[in-house]
Write a protein that binds this ligand. Sequence first.
Ligand SMILES: Cc1cc2nc3c(=O)[nH]c(=O)nc-3n(C[C@H](O)[C@H](O)[C@H](O)COP(=O)(O)OP(=O)(O)OC[C@H]3O[C@@H](n4cnc5c(N)ncnc54)[C@H](O)[C@@H]3O)c2cc1C
Length: 383
Amino acid sequence: MNKVYDAIIVGLGAMGSAAAQHLASRGARVLGLEQYSPTHDLGSSHGESRIIRQAYFEHPAYVPLIMRSYELWREIERNTARELLLLSGGLMLSPPVHPIFRGSRQSAEQHGLPHEIWDVASVQNRFPAFRVPPHFAGLYEPQAGVLRVEDCILAMRQLALRSGADLRFGETVTSWHGGSDGPARVETNRASFRCRTLILAAGAWSPQFLRSLGAKMTVERLVMHWFQPEGALGRYEPQHFPVHIWGLDDGSYFYGMPTIPSGIAGLKLAFHEPRETCTPATIQRTVRAEEIQSISKIARAYLPDLALRHIAAKTCMYTTTPDEHFVLGPHPDMPSVILACGFSGHGFKFAPVVGEILADLAMEGQTAHPISLFDPNRFRPQA
Ligand SMILES: Cc1cc2nc3c(=O)[nH]c(=O)nc-3n(C[C@H](O)[C@H](O)[C@H](O)COP(=O)(O)OP(=O)(O)OC[C@H]3O[C@@H](n4cnc5c(N)ncnc54)[C@H](O)[C@@H]3O)c2cc1C
């Protein structure tokens, strides 16, 4: 109980592992605590692949953080000799007035990002696999791609361990105390620890940790599906086949990814909307027949020539804030506690820059990265 760590991190998923890497590499004494095994699939960071893209329809303010993330992913690849980021190009497809097309275009133009605007004929010409409704438009960005999600996390932890981080698995944090006039404390099912800075990166378990803050986050269940196409699978690997995000007229969103070499032998397809509210304790892990039917219907409508056959499915959770922007910064009432949660289903690509920001905040008390959009205090009723 005597040792005071510089930082304790609760949760070693995407964000916690990134924080551990950055803090340890700067010489901090770091303890990371994870309730499950190193490669569990019960949170938000599993399922083979995640999209990374630059023309960010969610808000142009994310773009500088994305650009830094690309640099950091490449640095992690170099330092671990792993291939993590596979460029494939990315296609946003929706009616021109839809936020997907409008927002992507705004971010691309505002930040001078490489992109092309395509009409339906150009989309069909370049990627005949897609069947695009006549009133849609396409925005193509060549720098989009996929991240091998599990390998990314293993790589960040590998670097953290190399720099001396103490990472413990199968240890659950049962309570924490912010420490207004001394070190912060955490209790686990095994022991108690103290630290100067406590980083809460508990993913879908965060709402229960943050009740006091009035941060209204909703945990949502999503299903990832894999489909086998007819013909040679190699034609759908990232160098030939783009990530694609679709905004449909009925308000639903779906997306798809290329096949990942030496992964599940199929194309991934999933809805981003609609979603189903749950908690980590109540989430239904079994995928229902009607869910397979509705995504299969999408496959037949928008990728008909591939004759896609459903081969696998897995559940995952989003932790969503009311404005779908992240919660990243010091706890408003407890300056020794830093929050990294509410990534609202689009956080993974940012993990390395989030790690860098968390290390800045923990060690310097500030960061040069623009994070005002993510202020943890924004949901509080203002006096
Ligand atoms: C289906 C799906 C598709 C997605 N697609 C994309 C995409 O294409 N691109 C993109 O950028 N993002 C995407 N995301 C979002 C992205 O994956 C998440 O934002 C990101 O992985 C969240 O990381 P995290 O570290 O916050 O959570 P997690 O990785 O879940 O980590 C939280 C960890 O905290 C641990 N923990 C919780 N409570 C405790 C406790 N009390 N004690 C100890 N440990 C604890 C948990 O076990 C867990 O390991 C997607 C998410 C899903 C579900």
